[in-house]
Design a binder for this molecule. Sequence first.
Ligand SMILES: O=C(O)CCC(=O)C(=O)O
Ligand SMILES: [Fe+2]
Length: 353
Amino acid sequence: MPSPLTLPVIDFSLLNGSPEQRQQLLQQLRGAARDHGFFYLVGHGIAADKVTALRQAARAFFALPEADKLAIDMENSPHFRGYTRAGEERTRGAADWREQLDIGAERPARPVLAAQGPWWRLQGPNQWPMALPQLKPVLQDWQQETTRLSIRLLRAFAEALQQPVDIFDDAFALAPVQHLKIIRYPGSAQGAAGQGVGPHKDGGFLTLLLQDDSQDGLQVETEQGWIDAPSLPGSFIVNIGESLEMASDGYLRANVHRVLSPPEGRDRLSVAFFLGPRLDATIPLLQLPDYLAAEARGPEADPDNPLFYRIGDNYLKGRLRSHPKVAVRHHADLLSPQALQAASLPTSAGEYA
Ligand SMILES: O=C(O)CCC(=O)C(=O)O
Ligand SMILES: [Fe+2]
């Protein structure tokens, strides 16, 4: 039995409706992002045939022989691009049971001079599978579509928070982070007790998640405990990242979520797009009008997860922690001795500095 929808459903096409409809939409967006940090987005304007093409291409990628996938293993890439086998990625030290392909914006690697931020190491070429040439145009098209939609959403948030509509534009000028991940959660003998991906918040500004219409598993943490976020066909799940929470002094909420493994014999495919400001931007701090500032909770402080005002520092911290093998192979100079030691243990619960 699918559980009832408990997260709000927002129709983005009302942005172009009557002035009353537009105001109502902005209020809904603000409320959903403040109270839950998660909502369903419909009326988003991305065509259904693009969704179909994306799902087919993602399925075809995961169906490739393992050797073709490992030919683009993320371990080859100092920029954290490429394929990760199930069990290799970690969330708060515990292994996630999902395989995935990470793609970023296709930009040349930068020579990293000592005086520049080490986060520039995240910029560089993607790895594309030779065995499936049709994947690249489909994923790049999706990356463009979701970037456009995310920026429209951010502009709507700016308006909903009584800010100049272009307040975030500088942070996205030239080279925003456009991180796209196609993900497959294999079934597990442990069923829902298995960790598809462990509890975490997303970094960056906004996540647009395309779910699997035939297998659920996403859950969001609330004051009442975990709630299911079952698939709603035709929608995206939108959630707020930690940097946007920080920018809005906690008004917009970055919420904890996780994915439970499917039962044995089934799997779940999802596609997550994470939009973030350019790596060398600092988080713009919004001045909220008094009536909104009164509702802002301040960003949540987690001693295990320090947040930085420099966007690149947050991304680098996250990538080094999630992909310890890549970190040790390419970025050992950035790791603390404890992190280096933890990363070389097979199933450690280490935290990466
Ligand atoms: O696959 C999903 O449904 C969620 C994935 C997720 O939360 C993430 O990759 O950050
Ligand atoms: Fe997430």
